[in-house]
Design a protein around this ligand. Structure first.
Ligand code: INI
Length: 146
């Protein structure tokens, strides 16, 4: 079956981390662009402190939406904290999807440097927020149609 990129009639929640906001707001712009190109009209945005908080926020809203798009930017820098935050976000978001049945798209950048994050938030490597929103649309459509 081909991907039907028509988001009309579907409800989307976007949960966005404020940590590294210069990056995550660009991811949000990309997600909005994808949702509007697919004619989604029912979109709510929720902000949380950091990527670590994204799974709980996704869990909290999952019941009321056809899909959740989680956006964050975890940048390694000098700190081992990176591994804990990135792993918790990835595992937690996957767990929410599998345990609730609501698709959760992983739009969390995990990069070594700020420059790499910029490249993936509307720079030379595209916009991962856009990609995550497209994934959410595809999975919400899949669940609605089959
Ligand atoms: N949160 C991020 O979203 N990105 C990061 O790069 C990051 N680093 O590197 O520390 C980060 N930390 C905060 C974390 O997400 C939680 O908000 C915090 O630990 C409180 O629970």
């Amino acid at each position: 079956m081909e991907f039907n990129a028509d988001a009309r009639g579907l409800k989307f929640a976007v949960v966005v981390a404020r940590f590294n906001a210069a990056i995550t707001e660009k991811l949000l712009e990309g997600a909005r662009e994808a949702l509007s190109s697919a004619r989604a009209s029912d979109v709510d945005v929720f902000r949380v402190p950091g990527a670590f908080e994204l799974p709980l926020a996704a869990l909290h809203v999952s019941e009321d939406y056809d899909a959740v798009i989680a956006l964050g930017a975890v940048i390694r820098g000098e700190t081992p904290h990176f591994e804990y935050v990135a792993t918790a976000a990835a595992n937690g978001l996957q767990k929410v999807a599998l345990e609730t049945g609501t698709p959760v798209a992983f739009g969390v950048l995990t990069t070594d440097t700020l420059a790499q994050a910029e490249e993936r938030a509307g720079g030379s490597h595209g916009n991962k927020g856009y990609d995550a929103a497209m994934t959410a649309i595809e999975m919400a459509r899949f669940q609605a149609d089959y």
